[in-house]
Design a protein around this ligand. Structure first.
Ligand code: NAD
Ligand code: MG
Length: 388
């Protein structure tokens, strides 16, 4: 059997390293042909020595010589910079590109991979938040598969398998609620980045962990779901499910509901995206009903966690709104991680950035990039002013 040849973008991150665990579990089925990282040269080199890809990209150019020298003598080409990341997906020996980069930096590589006929296993939700319509149009035009890795979207995707004739009445995206579930604004006023980084159920990269605490992650996922499953905004509901066992639910026209469940372990959706439409037998831990006596559900608190409300609104207004929301969010999360802004201050800056950057209904990729840059400048400026 031919091995599936995988390019892993963002291989040193939380999703990237778990994707390599999946590859390690199936050495006869998968072959890694591209590995990329932003800064972690040491880990990238170790991964390259183990998986022997054809191409390695270190985005931060200052690490280039070190990576190049460390891999000297091996049949591995080493490149640096964002353009090299984008170009790496063109390699002929790639069947699927697993995009596990964080942030809108993932957009260009996704688009280029689609244009070169590669299937996409998409963890980088920001790709669809920034330019969902454009990306989905390209997916259709080039006839590639877009396979969700995000656990909620993988759940919906799994529930929809075999239901091609049946329209969706509604989907329920489940949310853990994060570390601040049930807290009010007065509590949130003083929370620290260390508190926000303690997610109850998932171990993830810093940006998505903060997004989970602020419910922006669920907002981004609502937008991601709209584009992946071609849904009207009103058909996407969010329900808080603190145990993170039910990963999401589809409701059909007859009122019947299908839910996908399992332990909160990203290796499962990663594996499904890489093996779809079949399932491979693995030895990852199994869910045990006796250890989980109750599964509970709550309404999300949209007044306290305004980001989710803003994301719905951005989706309803369309145009560049989600792109602006995402860019402002990336800036405020980075600032929060550096203690430059408060937890609640993040939503204020996002809201104000949405006011200051004018809306536009645009479809060209350069326009999205321009609005992304403009929004970052506006958001940074607002943070600087708020510190004075
Ligand atoms: P992470 O921060 O752990 O890893 C990010 C990876 O991207 C690293 O390899 C890093 O080197 C690389 N990277 C960072 N900035 C880059 C840039 N500007 N250009 C190129 N590469 C860059 O992040 P993560 O938690 O693995 O998340 C990756 C993506 O997957 C995000 O979009 C996130 O929302 C999504 N996701 C993550 C999880 C999870 O459990 N971690 C779950 C669902 C979805
Ligand atoms: Mg998710």
């Amino acid at each position: 059997m031919n091995k599936k040849r995988i390019a892993i973008l963002g291989s040193t991150g939380s999703i990237g390293t778990q994707a390599l665990d999946v590859v390690r579990a199936f050495p006869d089925r998968f072959n890694v042909t591209v590995l990329t990282a932003s800064n972690n040269a040491e880990q990238l080199i170790q991964q390259a020595l183990e998986f022997k890809p054809k191409i390695v990209v270190i985005v931060n150019e200052s690490h280039y010589l070190y990576v190049k020298t460390s891999l000297q003598g091996l049949p591995i080409e080493v490149f640096c910079g964002s353009e090299a990341l984008e170009a790496a997906v063109e390699l002929e020996e790639i069947d699927v590109v697993l995009n596990a980069v964080v942030g809108s930096a993932g957009l260009h590589p996704t688009v280029n991979a689609i244009r070169h006929g590669k299937d996409i296993a998409l963890a980088n939700k920001e790709t669809l938040v920034v330019a969902g319509e454009l990306v989905i149009d390209l997916v259709k035009k080039y006839g590639v598969k877009l396979l969700p890795v995000d656990s909620e979207h993988s759940a919906i995707f799994q529930c929809l398998t075999g239901e091609e004739l049946n329209p969706i009445e509604k989907i329920y995206l489940t949310a853990s609620g994060g570390p601040f579930r049930g807290k009010d604004r007065s509590f949130l006023e003083n929370v620290t980045c260390e508190q926000a980084l303690k997610h109850p159920n998932w171990s993830m990269g810093a940006k998505i962990t903060i997004d989970s605490a602020s419910l922006m992650n669920k907002g981004l996922e609502v937008i991601e779901a709209k584009w992946l499953f071609d849904l009207e905004t009103d058909k996407i509901d969010v329900i808080v499910h603190p145990q993170s066992i039910i990963h999401s639910i589809v409701q059909f026209q007859d009122g019947s509901m299908k839910a996908q469940m399992g332990l909160p372990d990203m290796k499962l959706p990663i594996q499904y995206a890489l093996t779809y439409p079949v399932r491979f037998s693995n030895s990852f831990p199994r869910f045990d009903f006796m250890n989980h006596g109750s599964l509970t559900f709550e309404k999300p608190d949209l007044d306290t966690f305004r980001n989710l409300k803003m994301a719905y609104q951005a989706l309803r207004e369309g145009g560049n709104r989600a792109c602006v929301l995402n860019a402002a969010n990336e800036v405020v999360v980075d600032a929060f991680l550096k203690n430059e802004i408060s937890f609640l201050g993040m939503s204020d800056v996002i809201e104000e950035t949405l006011c200051q950057v004018k809306n536009s209904t645009t479809l060209h990729i350069d326009d999205y990039i321009a609005y992304d840059s403009e929004s970052r400048i506006v958001a940074r400026d607002l943070i600087l002013k708020s510190k004075k």
